[in-house]
Design a protein. Structure first.
Length: 442
């Protein structure tokens, strides 16, 4: 193997490792927060996800209430009744037709008394109204669960984006500090050469101006890092100023083809499942409204107590079978059912449109993963070349052959190559996470 090529390979590997691992991460015994750690924390403290869980619990209670409609209905009613006059009936009996005379007025109720009725009612036939209501509540619960899953995936994606933003901002600070350090070294070299009378003062001034600009960029980069850390801490429910130490992400390669990923996304994305369940719930609600126009058959039993000394039996038991049928309601139930059916169909149209949007999301994320991986290869080569270019420019300048602008340009190219490589790495990591979210694996 060519010794020069071997040296360049070793240097390239060293540069790549130094870009991926920070100095603190290379030390043993220092725990850094991983993306999985961040997800677990956020899932416990996020209020929007907590609200989604409460919505799911609400839907579960509605399902239990719908099931309760099939059970017997037990009611009781009691009261003490006061009348202004006792209840009296009149007997119209001609005189002389009975062997003994009778009064023409007979009381059958006192002017105040206690009454109590306890009744149990069991539906026998409702035309499917109760069953359809239960199915509608069950579908609504399934839709709420899918919406909760979607909220969970959205939250994890937000945390992942904030996580990558912190890593990216930290790497930008490293790039800015490295750029400033390189310019500081060159400014020191220019000062020494100026003192020796080798270069003009203009070289020293240009180097100092470039160094000042680099230091301003470093200040801006550190401010951006603080903002990124604050945004990340907010998602995890922590103080905005809490120290953040994150483990770096590894770029993984997804070998699945786009067609397989798209089919997988259409099969398991919670948004699609949730809309389908909502549409099904509305269809059941429409059927329940139509069932209300059919005969409603029920059986009931009752116990009645009347505190009345004129009655022979104050306790009365009764059993009845009844039918309630709204033969004509002005078309209210039919129109309501049709309105709900139209809402169900509208959701199916929304779902069809969402399918195409999800397919586009998968394709876009899939293409971005491949683009960023190619960028990493190109950027790593450019980074190595920029390092070598800077070394040549400095040697030429120190030998009096090159110019000051060549060194400044070479240092700028090195910093830009470093930044491009870091951007490609974190763009690839983010693209992989976006692809997971688009497919529904997050």
């Amino acid at each position: 193997m060519n010794p020069c090529y071997r040296i360049r390979s070793i240097l390239s590997s060293f540069l790549l490792i130094s870009l991926i691992l920070s100095p603190a991460q290379a030390q043993t015994g220092i725990h850094k927060e991983t993306l999985e750690d961040a997800w677990n924390i956020a899932l416990k403290v996020d209020r929007s996800l907590r609200a989604a869980r409460r919505t799911t619990e609400s839907a579960r209670q509605i399902l239990l209430a719908a099931r309760g409609a099939r059970l017997p209905l037990l009611t009781t009613e009691s009261g003490y009744i006061i009348l202004n006059n006792p209840l009296i009936t009149t007997l119209d009996v001609p005189n002389g037709q009975l062997p003994i005379p009778l009064p023409n007025q007979i009381p059958f109720s006192e002017d105040n008394f206690f009454a109590s009725t306890t009744q149990v009612m069991v539906p026998l036939y409702t035309g499917g109204r109760i069953n359809r209501g239960i199915e509608a509540a069950r579908s609504s619960l399934d839709a709420a669960r899918e919406n909760e899953e979607r909220a969970r995936s959205d939250l994890k994606m937000m945390v992942a984006e904030a996580y990558v933003a912190v890593l990216r901002a930290a790497r930008i600070v490293e790039v800015a500090e490295s750029h400033a350090a390189g310019l500081a070294a060159h400014a020191a070299d220019a000062a020494n050469l100026f003192e020796q009378g080798v270069v003009a003062k203009n070289d020293l001034l240009a180097a100092q101006v470039a160094l000042a600009d680099a230091r301003q960029l470093t200040i801006q980069a550190k401010n951006g890092l603080d903002i990124a850390r604050a945004a990340y801490n907010r998602l995890l429910g922590r103080p905005l100023t809490q120290t953040v130490e994150l483990a770096d992400l590894q770029v993984t390669e997804d070998r699945e083809e786009i067609d397989a990923l798209t089919a997988k996304a259409l099969a398991q994305r919670p948004e699609l499942k949730g809309i389908a369940q909502q549409s099904q719930a509305l269809s059941h609600q429409a059927a329940s409204e139509r069932a209300a126009t059919r005969p409603q058959v029920f059986v009931s039993g009752a116990y009645t107590f009347l505190q009345n000394r004129f009655l022979v039996h104050q306790n009365v038991w009764s059993v009845s079978v009844g039918v309630r049928w709204n033969i004509f309601d002005g078309g209210v139930a039919r129109r309501k059912a049709e309105s709900i059916s139209q809402e169900a169909q509208a959701l199916l149209d929304v779902r069809a449109d969402l399918e195409t949007n999800i397919a586009l999301q998968v394709r876009q994320a899939w293409l971005e993963t491949r683009e960023t991986r190619e960028r990493i290869k190109v950027a790593s080569e450019a980074l190595l070349q920029s390092q070598e270019n800077l070394k040549v420019a400095k040697d030429r300048y120190a030998s009096g052959v090159g110019t000051n602008s060549e060194v400044l340009d070479a240092e700028t190219l090195r910093a830009r190559s470093y930044s491009n490589y870091a951007s490609a790495v974190y763009d690839a990591a983010l693209a992989g996470l976006l692809l997971r979210r688009a497919v529904g694996d997050m």
